[in-house]
Write a protein that binds this ligand. Structure first.
Ligand SMILES: Cc1cc2nc3c(=O)[nH]c(=O)nc-3n(C[C@H](O)[C@H](O)[C@H](O)COP(=O)(O)OP(=O)(O)OC[C@H]3O[C@@H](n4cnc5c(N)ncnc54)[C@H](O)[C@@H]3O)c2cc1C
Ligand code: FES
Ligand code: FES
Length: 463
């Protein structure tokens, strides 16, 4: 695939495997070794760059996704006015030791300061949450970013501080690189396609076996890619957040960052999305990818189970709508046909608006907290009776767990009757749960599920 993009103000024309990591192209082909490699799995932030102004982990971005984009690495950023100030503040705090993490830290700070001129300490910590430092410790780095914000004389959105190379219009040089495609080398080259409409995307899916690529944050970790990528980020019909009378409708290619910023996103989903990884992942990762990946640990999928969401699937043969519980066929397996795309998620508004909710994720480091157990619940009272109860558990069995028949034990009961039935309800869950044994034991997972359920009911029924 030929990819034309701009790096630090230079026009780059690159040709090769569309699935190659942006990080490798920047370092190996373009010599931009300020882009560091730590983990190649989105966990350390050393490879952070700005893609169209947003922080991304370049190890998880396929180069084909970069077609037409503007990339900024530390080599471009270091000529900017804001970097000069950050640099002074980092030095004053002795916030740099080996320096390996600093390019990523500086670009994560830039991504924050560009939209939030006077961040709080909590906001700085959140913005840097995906960037690991093995030697300085974080307080000095966070302090340096706060110092720069305090000393800086800029308003949010002021891109003049970025200097040359921050937009396509400022491109000033031309550069070509190749991934070794040529006579004699005969590499396996994966093509990539960037459709601009759903009809075009579905037509492509109908004529060739393709791998849909939304944010790439699961695909690029999975590493093995044979089929060409179908890049979905420019398909407008997958990028909406709208509501009708019954449903909140979220396009499959809406990113987590977009959901967090959208006033229509319900509190339960906001809460879940805020726990997902760090900004570099949330800027590209999507709810559609979370669902289609069919992992039992998906936090977005967990919310969709608890809300009994529907999924709209489409192919060139037509459309169908199905409950999310029918979509999953096992770990990593879905009802999607090879030529089908997930188009949108329909969250029923009825219980989201009227009741209360709970979301909890039991895991390790927040920015990497793939759940050991995930919990999402909805609860509603009407006329002192339980009108609605819906619990879902993630990371416990091969598929997210939702058992409406158990919730029915409490639905319709008065608060007093429901309190008396809680022990029976918990016993029913105890019998129903069959957790998988993994890094944590099955017994631990089950106990956590029961504890979270008891807490949730305690909060709502006062048992
Ligand atoms: C460091 C790190 C931390 C993470 N933390 C979390 C976390 O806390 N919680 C969590 O839930 N996840 C987490 N993830 C996993 C991942 O970020 C999410 O699952 C994300 O939502 C995947 O979305 P994506 O757009 O990147 O999917 P992609 O990687 O683009 O795609 C995932 C799968 O879905 C398919 N697909 C995508 N879109 C469509 C479509 N429209 N139609 C059909 N198929 C489609 C792809 O072909 C692929 O099989 C983490 C990942 C990393 C690397
Ligand atoms: S190399 Fe660690 S996040 Fe990319
Ligand atoms: S200064 Fe060494 S990793 Fe951060």
């Amino acid at each position: 695939m030929r990819v034309d993009f701009i790096v630090n103000g230079e026009k780059v024309s690159w040709e090769g495997d569309a699935a190659q990591r942006l990080m490798d192209v920047l370092r190996d082909d373009l010599g931009l070794t300020g882009v560091k490699c730590g983990c190649r799995e989105g966990e350390c932030g050393a490879c952070s760059v700005l893609l169209d102004g947003r922080l991304v982990n370049s190890c998880l971005v396929a180069i084909g996704r970069v077609q037409g984009c503007v990339v900024m690495t530390i080599e471009g950023y270091r000529t900017s006015a804001r970097f000069a100030l950050l640099d002074r503040c980092f030095a004053a705090r002795s916030a740099v030791q080996c320096g390996y993490c600093i390019p990523g830290m500086a670009l994560a700070a830039e991504a924050l300061l560009a939209v939030n001129a006077r961040p709080t300490e909590a906001e700085v910590r959140e913005a840097l949450a995906g960037n690991l430092c093995r030697c300085t410790g974080y307080n000095a780095i966070v302090g340096a970013v706060l110092d720069a914000a305090e000393a800086g004389d800029w308003e949010a959105g002021d891109v003049s501080l970025l200097g040359p190379g921050s937009s396509p219009g400022q491109a000033h040089r031309s550069h070509s690189a190749s991934a070794g495609v040529g006579p004699g080398s005969a590499p396996e080259v994966t093509e990539g396609y960037t459709p601009r409409s759903l009809a075009e995307a579905l037509e492509m899916m109908a004529t060739e076996e393709l791998t849909p690529y939304a944010g790439g944050t699961d695909l690029m970790v999975a590493k093995e890619q044979g089929r060409p990528f179908l890049f979905l980020h420019e398909v407008e019909e997958l990028r909406h957040v709208v509501e009708d009378e019954q449903y909140l409708r979220i396009g499959a290619a809406v990113t987590y960052a977009e959901l967090l910023n959208d006033a229509l996103t319900p509190a339960l989903l906001q809460e879940a999305v805020a726990t997902i990884a760090a900004p570099g992942i949330r800027n590209v990762g999507t709810l559609g990818g979370n669902i289609a990946n069919a992992s039992p640990k998906g936090d977005g999928a967990l919310v969709c189970f608890a809300t009994d969401s529907l999924l709209r699937l489409a192919s060139s043969r037509g459309e169908r709508i199905m409950p999310i519980s029918e979509f999953y066929r096992g770990r990593g397996q879905t009802a999607l046909e090879p030529d089908e795309l997930l188009v949108e998620v329909l969250l029923p508004k009825v219980w989201l608006a009227s009741g209360d909710h709970g979301f909890c994720k039991v895991g390790g480091r927040k920015a990497l907290a793939i759940s050991r157990v995930g919990f999402a619940g909805l609860f509603s009272l009407e006329d002192n009776r339980v009108a609605h109860l819906a619990l879902a558990f993630g990371a416990v069995e091969d598929v997210v767990i939702r058992r409406p028949e158990l919730d029915a034990l409490l639905i319709g009961k008065t608060v007093a009757q429901a309190r008396e039935t809680v022990a029976e309800y918990l016993a029913a869950w105890d019998a129903a749960l069959c957790p998988v044994q993994g890094r944590v034991s099955a017994a631990y997972r089950k106990q956590v599920c029961l504890n979270l359920t008891a807490d949730f009911l305690d909060r709502h029924l006062g048992v």
